[in-house]
Design a protein around this ligand. Structure first.
Ligand SMILES: [Zn+2]
Length: 467
């Protein structure tokens, strides 16, 4: 099957920005050519992209699809006073209320909303303590049904006891073995781990061993809240990242979420490690956990939503504007290097494009596709067509301005993942998108009923000690 995107303005790379006008020819699951039209177009499916902007599919580098049915859910406990109480009273109740039906409905809703927003890959961190075994298969199946690409992990943790910790680890192992054996076209795995403060040394070591044995990395929350750092110091005499490094879990394959409370020495460890850190600005604002020290972290910072949908244009805009505001009056004490082009401390308008390119690079590593995230011959065909008749000149030099101040998910018209057209004229092609929402509502109602009967989680930092 050959598809041609005809006559669009094509962003062939996000960072450095590259823009050409021409056609994109897709054969099978990859891009065959970009540029002037081939001699004959007979037999090709043509998509008219004149007046449109064609971009690489966006990557959400950290999310939790299991939270897709949380919006509006009941809450009758005392208001949480800090982040750990948010977990104990909200998310660690919701995850225990999940069953197969609600995982499936959450996955469908999350995938639909991602694709319609122009996000073609989710790097997901899943938790469902009441339904662990097979949960990653459910996500892979539902994401795959809609045509979404994903990198999946189960959130291993000791907070629900040793049996659950083993089951979480087993689910990661089972899924990674399956991926290695079958190489599914749209799914890969990481080893999911919750966060230092809910992981014993033994469980953390097992996660690291599994990542090594399966040739992948950890996907773990680090220093999202100061409580994670306090616990690591009190229980282990180490910072969160020093503990992760000691366990062997800090390497180029690691995907670290948040890093809000990393200090200077941890930032140096991170920069030397080759790992990717995922910045989730809207989630950090929502949880009032603080502001990530972007100035200290160097270039390898991707963007995620942490479960607040998967609209990366929105996350780009909010993250960049918040970053600019943070820079107001900041001392220039770290010098040029950490604020140089491409680095997360830079206030260059290309900041969001650099962040998204880093997320795409990490996904490319997972799929063994070095050109992933670019619109070039040979790259996987993950593309988004935006109905965006640019009102000012759109070139490589102006793309960043359009990205922050012009583009939005409303402009997403067509989406292609691995060569398959999965959104056409703003509608999912594989399934009835109205049915996804309609079918999810009663499932959400049942989920909320169960949730209402689940008490605040009793786990508190300091309970998982060295053992
Ligand atoms: Zn998260």
């Amino acid at each position: 099957m050959t598809t041609m995107l005809l006559g669009g303005t094509v962003v062939t790379g996000l960072h450095p920005a590259e823009v050409v006008t021409g056609d994109v020819v897709i054969e099978g699951d990859r891009i065959a050519a970009v540029g002037p039209p081939p001699a004959g177009t007979s037999g090709m499916a043509l998509i008219d992209c004149r007046g449109c902007l064609v971009i690489p599919g966006n990557v959400c580098a950290h999310t939790h699809a299991y939270s897709a049915l949380a919006r509006g859910m009941p809450y009758r406990l005392a208001p949480p006073r800090d982040f750990v109480e948010v977990l104990r009273r909200v998310w660690w109740r919701l995850d225990r209320a999940l069953d197969e039906e609600s995982i499936r409905a959450s996955a469908r809703v999350a995938a639909m909303e991602a694709l319609l927003a122009g996000t073609t890959t989710l790097v997901d961190h899943h938790a469902s303590p009441g339904a662990i075994d097979g949960s990653l298969d459910i996500l892979a199946e539902e994401f795959g049904r809609l045509g979404l690409r994903s990198v999946l992990a189960y959130e291993t943790t000791d907070r629900d006891g040793p049996g659950h910790a083993r089951a979480g680890l087993d689910e990661n192992r089972r899924f990674l073995d399956r991926v290695a054996a079958t190489r599914p076209p749209l799914a890969r795995g990481l080893v999911g781990a919750h966060a230092s403060f809910t992981l014993s040394d033994t469980t953390l070591e097992r996660c690291v061993d599994l990542a090594r044995a399966s040739g992948t990395g950890l996907h773990v929350h680090v220093a999202e809240d100061a409580a994670d750092e306090r616990d690591a110091e009190a229980a282990h005499g180490l910072s969160v990242l020093a503990r992760l490094e000691r366990a062997g879990g800090l390497d180029p394959a690691s995907v670290l979420a948040h890093g809000v409370h990393l200090d200077r020495s941890e930032a140096a460890l991170f920069r030397a490690s080759g790992a990717t850190l995922v910045h989730n600005p809207r989630s950090n604002m929502n949880n009032a956990v603080g502001r990530a020290p972007l100035d200290l972290l160097g270039p390898r910072i991707a963007l995620g939503t942490d479960g607040i949908g998967a609209d990366m244009l929105e996350e780009s805009r909010v993250g960049y504007l918040r970053h600019l505001e943070d820079r107001h009056g900041a001392a220039a004490d770290e010098g040029e290097v950490l604020r140089g082009p491409g680095s997360a401390g830079s206030t260059d308008p290309a900041w969001p494009l650099a962040r998204l390119a880093i997320g795409a690079r990490r996904v490319g590593d997972a799929f063994d596709e070095p050109s992933f995230g670019r619109v070039v011959a040979g790259a996987p065909a993950d593309l988004v067509v935006l109905d965006y008749p640019a009102p000012t000149p759109l070139t490589a030099g102006t793309l960043a301005g359009h990205w922050t101040f012009g583009l939005s998910a409303r402009a997403v018209r067509d989406v292609i993942v691995a060569g398959r057209v999965v959104v056409r004229e703003r509608r999912l092609t594989a399934v009835d998108q109205d049915a996804i929402a309609a079918d999810a509502r009663p499932v959400a109602a049942r989920l909320w009923e169960r949730l209402d009967t689940i008490a605040e989680h009793s786990f508190a930092p300091g309970e998982v000690m060295v053992g």
